[in-house]
Design a protein around this ligand. Structure first.
Ligand SMILES: [Zn+2]
Length: 46
């Protein structure tokens, strides 16, 4: 499973960045949902 890139957003808010497309998410749950929805094939191959 791919790991999110952890970054700090404005006001020190921790965010997660998708390593495939660069989308940013506020929490792990949203990131995982995005992975399954948008990068499902890549995840299974990797
Ligand atoms: Zn993505």
């Amino acid at each position: 499973m791919a790991k999110a890139i952890k970054i700090e957003g404005r006001a020190g808010i921790k965010l997660l960045r998708c390593p495939y497309c660069g989308h940013v998410f506020a929490n792990q749950k949203q990131f995982l949902r995005h992975l399954l929805k948008s990068h499902n094939e890549r995840i299974r191959k990797a």
